[in-house]
Structure formats: C-alpha cells, structure tokens
Design a protein around this ligand. Structure first.
Ligand code: ZN
Ligand code: ZN
Ligand code: ZN
Ligand code: ZN
Ligand code: ZN
Length: 475
C-alpha cells in the first residue's frame, strides 16, 4: 500500500495537485478555473473542464484509481445526518485508507496546501488516499455526496469554494473561517499561475538591494513592518493591512500583495533564521561569515534556497554565508559533488556579486548525528530543523539526532506548525535534560498563508508554517 498512501507532509512534494483541484473547484487535469466542470461519471471524485482533459488525466493516472474509488463509494457505512459527528467522518476516512498499520498522528499532520506544482510531465500522480482525504463533505452534517439521499448533490460555498453544504443543511459557514479559506484558494490560483508562466514551484518577494545599514529584525513588529519598513515595499504602507490583505482597487497591485503574502511561506525559513541568529550571536551586526546547518532538509527548504540571499541583504557585514543541508530526504542531484563536498555557489544579485559576497551550499544525505562524525563537518553557528515533527512522526529516525542536539556544541532552532507537536517535543527535550535559549512561543515570522488540515480536530482547521519556534541551547 505504500505507493497509495497520502504523503504525510504534502508541503514537501512540489508536484502535488492544488487543494482547489482536490476539492473539485478546478479542472483536475489542467487546473483551470472553469464554470463548466464535469465530473468523472464513474467515481464522481474528480472534475474536468473538457473531454480532452479527462482523457489526459485518465491516461496519466485516473484509470489506475477510478475503480477503487467507485468501490469506496459503495462500501461506505451510513450514519444518519441527525446523529452524525465530526468523528464519524474522520473515522470513515481512516477506514478508507486502511489505517490498521497507520499512526493516526500521521493523518493529523497531513496538511493540504502545496506550494509547488512544476510541469505537466513531473506532476505526481494523485494517490487514492489523497483524493479520498480531500473528498468534499457537508460542513454541517459531515456527509459525503455518496451518503446523501436520492442522488442529492453537495453545493460548494460560492466564496471560498473549499467548503460544501448538502441541500438539507444551512448554506453558510462562519465568515472569518470563509475568509481564511479564501486565502488558500487565492494561493492555489497564484501557484497555478506561477507554474504556467515560469515553471517555478514557489514564490517570494525579496528585498531588491542589499541594505547599507543594519536593522535588527526583532525591531519589526510583523511581516507588514518587514515589507514596508525594513524591505523595500514602503509604497504599500497604506494599501495593505497588517495581515497583508490588499485594501485598494488595482487588480495588478492586488496580485502583488497576494504574491507577497504567499511568499511568506517561503521566506518564513530565512526570517526565522535571522531572528534566531539575532538571539544567539550578540555581535550579529558585525559578523563577516556565518555557518548554518539545515537538518532534515526536504522540499520546502530546497524550494526556498534562492531566498537565502535575504540574509546577505539584511546583514550588511555578512560576506560569506555557508549552508549545509543534511537529512534523509536531501536530494542527491543538487548540482554538486556530494562525495568531495565541493560546495555549490548560489548565484547572487549583481551588487552582492560585485562586493564579493557569497553563499555556498553543501549537501549530505543521511542523519545529522552521523554527519557530525564525517570529515566534512564543521561546527555551525546555528543548526535548524524546520517542522521536524520529531515527536509525532518518524520518531525512531529522529531520536539519535535529537539526543545529540540536546547537548551539541551549537544552538539549534526548531519549528512546528501545531501546538500538540510542541507539547510532545518539550517532553522529549526535558527527558534529555536540554536547556533553551528561547522557550517555545508563537513565531512572528511564521508563514502567513494557511494550509487546510484535512484530518484536524474539526472541519476547516488550518495551520501556518513554522507557527511555533524555540531554540535549544548549546552545551
Ligand atoms: Zn482542463
Ligand atoms: Zn473516476
Ligand atoms: Zn448537511
Ligand atoms: Zn466559504
Ligand atoms: Zn544580493
């Protein structure tokens, strides 16, 4: 079943279908918005804008899973709407996925929004599990369409498109929640658009020119402050609010602001790193070189590589930034030789290049505690593990590394999306006798674009990237 399991960390798969497509609000093949979508008449789980698109997806992937989806539609138990609870819907999903050997927490951290579709050729086939887990259901009675009486249909919320209602229930959901889901829909459209125009898988709005003067990031209150005061988007000061919502009427500007908000999901990595460096290096404003290790690096970290130049632009004295990506998911095809550890040099802007400033990257595939024993290891100023989830997922893989980090010769930054992960992590650190430079708290530099959690504690629960952060002290 491994190949049919939903990826528990879909954010790290750059080739997955957008949430809107999984919720049948976009053509499942070309991801176009169309008012005229037709569903696969057999399974009714995916929609297409044209016969051509349907055929394309059939050949690419759908023929392998359609029959199984039809079988799932038939097999479903029926709990009458009056007595139905969120848990009934939730438990049925686990049943569908054959979760006998599955850790339920894996499902709980499975988040929906995927940042990085790439090209038609390298799109991941959407698994049976992913389609099942995103199946629309009535927001109020938690029934799926195959559980409604007399072939009744679900209606999607006309504003967010990501919530559905059956004909017997109220046709609304709370407006604040709808507004958050509209952000997810807007981000999906941005990413589809970006992929079409550039083939790129993520976006960010960098500071264009290196700063001449150093400002502490901790002096900024939030992303709005960062963009309008510390970066170079000052022109937008009166045109967006602190949640990076556009307030004026120009469609082009609106798009730019939406890109800015969406970009925070990439740059959350770099800004959280800068904030951590400020917390652990007292003379950060005069440092010429910094060495950072990214532990457990995967899709999100690699997608954000170009945004590391933000560290050069933000720290005027920094001339050499060394990055090492280490982890079990580290790609082997990054353009350099992993055997000799000849670093790959990131192409920087003309100004940085002229000044001789450099960002060098090495990668090493394997667990971090093994990396420290290699000849390539050099004690970093800071190590970081973004959304490791070590207390809920792959605990055995992580434990020796965590044990090492509890008393390592450097501080380590860690982040998590959800509070229960933080609780679990604190328990582990406590047992290991670790101390903290910074205790767990809400991260000012969390991603501002939400992701839909499909198996949360309630419908339409969302999470934000790197929402929590803390720093473990060096020994
Ligand atoms: Zn289409
Ligand atoms: Zn089908
Ligand atoms: Zn209903
Ligand atoms: Zn809505
Ligand atoms: Zn530059």
């Amino acid at each position: 079943m491994a190949s049919e399991d939903p990826n528990p960390d879909s954010d790290s798969d750059p080739h997955q279908a957008p949430t809107l497509a999984l919720k049948q609000a976009l053509c499942f093949s070309c991801w176009d918005v169309s008012s005229n979508l037709n569903r696969c008449s057999a399974c009714k789980r995916v929609s297409y804008c044209s016969a051509k698109c349907q055929k394309q997806d059939w050949n690419r992937n759908h023929k392998k899973i359609c029959k199984k989806l039809v079988a799932l539609n038939k097999q479903k138990g029926y709990v009458p709407s009056a007595g139905r609870q969120w848990n009934d819907y939730y438990d049925e999903q686990e049943l569908d996925l054959g979760s006998g050997n599955r850790n339920p927490s894996e499902l709980r951290i499975f988040v929906g929004y995927v940042h990085s579709p790439v090209t038609d050729e390298n799109r991941s086939p959407t698994s049976l599990g992913t389609i099942t887990i995103y199946e629309p259901y009535c927001y109020h009675c938690y029934r799926r369409e195959s559980q409604l009486e007399d072939g009744a249909k679900l209606n999607a919320c006309q504003y967010c498109l990501l919530t559905s209602f059956c004909p017997s229930c109220q046709q609304t959901h709370p407006s604040a929640e709808c507004s958050t889901l509209q952000d997810i829909a807007a981000d999906d459209k941005i990413i589809v658009d970006l992929r079409r125009r550039t083939g790129k898988s993520s976006t960010f709005s960098p500071t264009k020119f290196p700063r001449k003067q150093h400002f502490l990031l901790s002096s900024a209150k939030d992303w709005y402050d960062y963009y309008t005061r510390l970066s170079d988007m000052g022109g937008f000061r009166s045109k967006m609010n602190r949640d990076l919502k556009y307030l004026a009427n120009d469609p082009e500007e609106r798009k730019l602001v939406e890109y800015m908000r969406c970009g925070t999901n990439t740059t959350t990595i770099q800004l959280t790193l800068i904030a951590a460096l400020e917390a652990v290096i007292p003379n950060i404003s005069t440092r010429g070189s910094i060495n950072i290790h990214i532990i457990g690096a995967a899709g999100a970290e690699f997608n954000s590589v170009p945004a590391f130049e933000e560290l050069l632009h933000f720290l005027p004295s920094l001339t050499a930034l060394q990055l090492s990506f280490v982890g079990l998911n580290v790609l082997e095809d990054l353009k350099h030789d992993t055997e000799t550890q000849n670093p790959h040099t990131l192409q920087c802007c003309t100004t940085c290049t002229k000044m001789g400033r450099t960002i060098s990257i090495t990668t090493w595939r394997g667990p971090y505690h093994a990396y420290v024993d290699t000849e390539f290891y050099k004690t970093p100023d800071l190590a970081a593990a973004f959304r490791s989830g070590f207390s809920v997922d792959e605990e055995e893989d992580w434990y020796p590394t965590i044990k090492y980090l509890a008393h390592a010769p450097h501080p380590t930054l860690l982040t998590a999306a959800r509070y229960f992960e933080i609780q679990g992590e604190m328990g582990v650190w406590k047992n290991l006798g670790a101390e903290f430079v910074k205790n767990a708290e809400v991260n000012k530099w969390k991603g501002m674009s939400p992701s839909l959690t499909v198996c949360g504690d309630k419908p339409n629960e969302v999470v934000y990237r790197n929402y929590w952060w803390y720093i473990v002290k060096q020994r």
